[in-house]
Design a protein around this ligand. Sequence first.
Ligand SMILES: Nc1ncnc2c1ncn2[C@@H]1O[C@H](COP(=O)(O)OP(=O)(O)OP(=O)(O)O)[C@@H](O)[C@H]1O
Ligand SMILES: [Mg+2]
Length: 469
Amino acid sequence: MAIFLSGEIKEMVSKPKLDDLTPRQIVAELDKYVIGQDSAKRAVAVALRNRIRRQKLSPEIARDVLPKNILMIGSTGVGKTEIARRLARLANSPFIKIEASKFTEVGYVGRDVESMIRELTEVAVDMTKQAAFEDVKLSAEENVEEKILDILLPTSNSYYSQSFDNKNDLIEDKQPNKTREKLREQLRNGDLNDRLIEVETQDRSNAMIDFVGGQGMEEMGVNLRDMFGNLFPAKTVRRKIKISEAKHFLLRDELENLVDMEQITRSAIDKTQSSGIIFLDEIDKIAGRESGSGNPDVSREGVQRDLLPIIEGTNVNTRYGMVNTEHILFIAAGAFHVSKPSDLIPELQGRFPIRVELESLRFEDFKRILVQPKNSLIKQYQALLKTENIILEFTDNAITALAEMAVKINQTTEDIGARRLHTLLEKLLEEISFLGEELEEKNQIIDESYVLNKLGELSQDQNLRQYIL
Ligand SMILES: Nc1ncnc2c1ncn2[C@@H]1O[C@H](COP(=O)(O)OP(=O)(O)OP(=O)(O)O)[C@@H](O)[C@H]1O
Ligand SMILES: [Mg+2]
């Protein structure tokens, strides 16, 4: 089992990364987006940090330090998925979020659980590749520029330029260097973007097979890409396209040429194995044991049973090679409205030793959720309307009124947590959003009376609010 040293990761990835963050800093990062839910944030922060700690151990002991998987329990709309999403952006680790309810037991039609490891590996390869692309981007761009210039102005041989159908005075210039530099400048300025040139690029039509194979074939338990991925070597095709497009195609080819795919694959597999994170959402949907009455339960339990080895540590065959799942961190989350964690089969319960409960959101939380998070709901609407020069402002009273309504409606109908704010705001700003730039008054101030005016009646009427808010 490979241990990935922090130095190696640095080589591949230059962005600031999670690995440098202490648990306190991770929590602080999450705080920017998710209000409250401290225990859940702390748990994920510790779990992540422990993997960094493990990487500093000697291989002998590191092998035995397995990640402590986390089970997040909390009713709907309180921030479970949000924590995962934010973590994913933070984490420079391969990360996927996947709904447990998507899987079916091996042997049945549907996605088998091993596909999530394949997906995670795919993410890791992509990440590693992008990082490698970043490193060679400048040289690739230079090469592309030279290539296009070569086509526009075939060097040394004036015979070529005769047959070139896009005949122009520049080609017949007596000073090729000067001409080339002039063309280069035009090329950089984008003046030549619309000119047609003939280029040779790699034919990626087998990407189509990738695409088709991705989902559909998975259902048959066959991964077409695994089988045929490398059977079709890239063909080159000639085509006549605009320079602006040619730049794009040629750059992609050039990037692919400059990176070492084998090294990328190796490093991606290491990365998957040692720092991969899988967020298993909606795990409560597969809870439930064999009740004897119906098939669904049997298959749910089957999925749970299929999950066991993957969480415990097994080898999964991917098209990049074998991936060991032993050190992949699993964070499961579920509302557990109907079922309880104890409805999971005991073996699975045991594999999620850290339990955190997310609290229901209260009045104060709603107020903060509306304004505090980076890109909070209100900031989103403000930004959207700003594109049409509408300045949207909310008074404190308006925020308070909205939060009060959210609490009240959550109490009296269904508690959908912070999602209630989405429905409320959408309704509140319906008219402003519709009119947009047609509005005479560019400064729109939303105060308490505006809120009551737009939503007051709805929130009073039991029937209306059940459907609309
Ligand atoms: N604590 C919170 N802080 C900030 N925003 C939140 C919080 N909780 C929920 N939200 C917002 O509410 C919406 C729904 O939250 P999220 O997707 O995390 O719910 P969930 O807990 O996963 O619910 P479910 O069990 O239904 O999947 C998101 O847009 C999110 O931004
Ligand atoms: Mg969710």
